[in-house]
Design a protein around this ligand. Structure first.
Ligand code: NFK
Length: 250
């Protein structure tokens, strides 16, 4: 099923029957992707004194309780409510769901024991593109990423001036395959989060950051349409399923 999209003065064709899902699912397994020092999510039959919500246990239906943390356990999209006392809701602030996106690949460089993403690295791969959504795949990109246990591992992060560059480029939605855009242990500085949302200026309420994506090697760098939606929880962050559609030649 193909559709033609008119965006600004350009026309693009995408094939809706060829979605490229870049989310990491939430499972009830111990090897579920994880960060921020919490236990694995649980997905288990609801239990009362005389009831177990599982067909295998004699119930008419499967009726499972789910417990997870959106920041720890899988692909999630967050708004400025993640770092503000106002605790804004991503479900309120994300009101459009299709964006022109650029997929880029960067290799974080080592500096003082940290792996960092710099402005120069981004400039080199973004070229003259000005996408409203930016999808960052970091190398190495082994499939083990979807089960990684990130707590206390000091994962790569984005430098403040690199994030200012992203904001000034006009990126409204940033997606990355890491647990955070900031250093794991930074005493709450959150420099990259603050730079992205322009926290100390005219705050970008409708801008979002999506973390814990996984961009398979089969998806090549380039331009795509992105469909980004969250599960409708009123919270600073919610599980999301970003889906890319390759732009085809008209
Ligand atoms: N680096 C922060 C913590 C942090 O960034 C964070 C903590 C819990 C859940 C998510 C976090 N950051 C996510 O992007 C700190 O050291 O206080």
């Amino acid at each position: 099923m193909k559709t033609t999209i008119t965006h600004n003065t350009n026309q693009y064709q995408i094939d809706l029957s060829k979605p490229l899902d870049i989310s990491i699912p939430i499972t009830n397994k111990d090897d579920n992707v994880n960060a921020w020092y919490v236990k694995a999510p649980t997905i288990e039959p609801h239990r009362e004194a005389n009831f177990t919500g599982s067909i295998a246990a004699g119930s008419s239906t499967n009726f499972y309780d789910i417990s997870f943390n959106p920041h720890s356990h899988g692909t999630h999209t967050e708004c400025v409510g993640h770092i503000s006392a106002e605790h804004q809701s991503v479900n309120q602030n994300l009101q459009q769901f299709f964006f022109l996106a650029e997929v880029i690949t960067v290799t974080p460089s080592e500096e003082n024991g940290d792996l960092i993403i710099t402005k120069k690295q981004l400039q080199n791969v973004i070229g003259n593109h000005t996408p409203s959504a930016l999808v960052i795949r970091t190398l190495p990109n082994t499939t083990s990423k979807v089960n990684r246990q990130y707590s206390h591992t000091n994962p790569p992060y984005i430098l403040e001036d690199a994030m200012v560059f992203i904001r000034e480029l006009g990126v409204e939605h940033l997606l990355i395959d890491l647990p955070s855009v900031d250093k794991e242990k930074d005493d709450g500085k959150l420099l990259a989060h603050k730079a992205f949302w322009n926290f100390n200026g005219d705050v970008r309420l409708d801008a979002t950051i999506t973390e814990f994506i996984y961009v398979s090697d089969a998806i090549v760098d380039g331009s795509y349409f992105l469909n980004l939606q969250v599960a409708p929880f009123e919270n600073d962050a919610s599980p999301s399923r970003p889906v890319l559609y390759k732009i085809e030649q008209l």
